[in-house]
Design a binder for this molecule. Structure first.
Ligand code: GTP
Ligand code: MG
Length: 278
């Protein structure tokens, strides 16, 4: 039985679930990664609920937790620069490639900036994706300053009249202040060429509540305008996505559901709730 089925059965007073303790249900709900504050709010509300509409009532409570901000990529004329950030291994490079594929399929002119100069393999990884998709990737020499690669890629993107520049950055341990400072620097230097219209933070859904901590720290270092939640194809319930939206009011813009370029889609709140509730 799904996590919420027991909650619904408890409210309805049906089946053996009615014998379950509230604290047992609370513990189960916590495994959805919705986080303690959302879960306790749900339990308090559920205790007051009566009858058959429990499921819809729960859905409605969760619905109110979504951000009201737009989930579309920030509009604007001319070049739109998208900075993709996040901790190690969350799926930044793959998400840059997926977003490039998504935009390229929509006939948008895209340039990639390989500003993860931390590891030599990172540049190659992005360049390979770029070749596969058919978009240009700008990189620097090994060990180059991330900010200078970002700057060069912005100039190139302007020169070729690109609509989008997607900049891949190095995985950051979110407690390393030097790396976090570097992010601010990348943004400042790029903005000598053109404004950054979007900073997308990549969160791995399988990291659970740690994702919320990451989002808090990143949004202190740079202004995060949206989230990409990856690895929703895994065993994760992905409740952390809603926990972040609700706590920080940062909209999820895209989701990743696999390793292939096509395993990517704009975030659909209703579909997400369906997945969470069933
Ligand atoms: N199942 C699944 N795997 C994913 C998804 N997104 C990325 N991955 C995998 O996660 C691993 C890490 O992805 P990368 O894109 O290299 O992650 P990164 O954040 O760029 O990593 P660093 O640059 O090392 O910090 C790779 O094996 C990807 O194929 C996803 O949505 N689902
Ligand atoms: Mg990477």
């Amino acid at each position: 039985m799904g996590l919420f089925n027991r909650l619904v059965a408890k409210v309805r007073g049906t089946s053996t679930a009615s014998a379950l303790d509230w604290s047992e249900i609370e513990a189960e709900l916590l495994s959805s990664d919705l986080g303690p504050s959302l879960v306790s709010e749900l339990i308090i509300a559920a205790k007051k609920m009566r009858g058959d509409d429990a499921e819809e009532a729960i859905r409605e409570i969760l619905r109110t937790k979504f951000s009201q901000k737009s989930r579309a990529l920030t509009h604007g004329s001319g070049l739109r620069i998208v900075l993709v950030v996040g901790v190690n291994g969350t799926g930044k490079t793959t998400s840059v490639a997926k977003l490039a594929t998504y935009l390229h399929t929509d006939k948008r002119l895209v340039v990639l900036g390989a500003a993860d100069t931390f590891r030599a393999a990172a540049v190659e990884q992005l360049t390979t994706w770029g070749e596969r998709i058919g978009v240009e990737t700008i990189s620097g020499k090994e060990g180059a300053e991330p900010a200078s690669v970002a700057f060069d890629s912005a100039k190139r993107a302007l020169d070729v009249n690109a609509e989008f520049l997607l900049i891949d950055t190095a995985g950051r341990l979110h407690n390393k202040s030097a790396l976090m400072d570097e992010l601010g620097k990348v943004k400042r230097v790029v903005e000598k060429v053109a404004p950054v219209s979007e900073v997308l933070l990549v969160i791995d859904a399988t990291t659970g509540q740690n994702g919320l901590a990451q989002a808090k720290i990143f949004s202190e270092a740079v202004e995060v305008s949206g989230l990409i939640v990856t690895k929703l194809d895994g065993s994760a319930r992905g409740g952390v996505a809603l926990a972040i939206e609700s706590a920080l009011d940062i909209p999820i813009k895209f989701i990743g559901t696999g390793e292939a370029a096509a395993d990517f889609a704009p975030f659909d709140p209703e579909k997400y709730l369906e997945g969470l509730l069933t």
